[in-house]
Design a binder for this molecule. Structure first.
Ligand code: NAD
Length: 251
């Protein structure tokens, strides 16, 4: 693995515009399970409870969501791990164009990547959005309202339904974010995939677009992905162990 880490460090050193594409695997070492690995989220929750149709039509599903959030939710005070910090270090070194993430956990920003450099294809669980007037509010504020009143919080402005500002099943991805992420992927010279199975579409098209447009592709993931054969470097290992070693060599 040391040779591959050296190779990836070399690619980063040669790059002028790196895009990092992350999935649930970059956050498992922060204690947030991914979806598909054994013990992952789908072995504990019913995906049907996370459809937009169910959320909008069923007060019981909404109550279950707020109850889950008030008990810490899926993200439960998670902190960035050494992979997030290594990516933030990449930003500080001036190499990083942006992070394009499928994650909704806010950990790239918490590690120090500025908001305007993080493109969240599936939204962010730290916010809620009103389905009526589209106003956004901090999630913790609304969770506190639920905890005090034990009633489902609604929009303080228009009394509309509040939904987590993360993309639920059955919802479209945010168009502007997806368009800008695609544009940046198509003009980067290096795309590093970290912790994604690359099977959730349309998000998984992003590294494919980068590759098609001529960028070099590198993949750091515990298990094989459908794009491994396109990658110059493919490292099967833990993001939190691999990425700091890469950054150490880039310095
Ligand atoms: P996935 O569950 O399909 O795949 C995650 C991949 O990460 C797997 O291939 C796994 O082998 C790999 N992995 C796990 N731990 C790793 C580690 N320490 N280092 C390197 N690789 C590791 O997740 P996905 O491809 O990201 O897609 C599922 C969807 O689930 C995403 O769209 C995302 O929005 C959502 N999700 C987000 C979070 C989060 O915000 N933290 C958590 C779970 C799911």
């Amino acid at each position: 693995m040391t040779d591959q880490i050296q190779e990836l460090a070399q690619l980063v050193t040669e790059s002028e515009r790196t895009v990092v594409f992350t999935g649930a695997g970059v956050s498992t070492e922060s204690g947030i399970p991914d979806f598909r690995s054994p013990g992952g989220i789908w072995s504990r929750y019913d995906p049907e409870d996370f459809t937009i149709q169910r959320f909008v039509s069923s007060p019981a599903a909404r109550r279950a969501f707020w109850q889950m959030s008030s008990e810490g939710g899926l993200l439960a005070d998670a902190e960035p791990n050494s992979a997030h910090y290594a990516i933030a270090e990449l930003h500080r070194s001036g190499k990083l164009d942006c992070v394009i993430t499928q994650n909704i956990d806010n950990l790239h920003q918490k590690a120090g990547v500025p908001d305007d450099r993080v493109f969240e294809l599936h939204g962010n669980m730290q916010r809620v959005v009103c389905l009526g007037c589209r106003s956004r509010f901090p999630m913790p504020e609304m969770v506190q309202k639920f905890q005090v009143g034990l009633d489902i919080p609604d929009c303080p402005g228009c009394r509309g339904i509040l939904k987590p500002d993360a993309v639920l099943f059955g919802e479209a991805l945010p168009v502007v974010t997806l368009r800008e992420a695609t544009r940046r992927a198509q003009r980067c010279d290096l795309c590093i995939v970290i912790g994604s199975a690359l099977v959730v579409y349309p998000a998984a098209y992003v590294p494919a677009y980068a590759r098609e447009a001529g960028a070099r592709l590198a993949i750091v993931n515990l298990t094989p992905t459908p794009l491994d054969h396109e990658a110059v470097v493919c490292i099967q290992g833990k993001a939190g162990e691999v990425m700091p070693r890469v950054l150490e060599r880039v310095k």
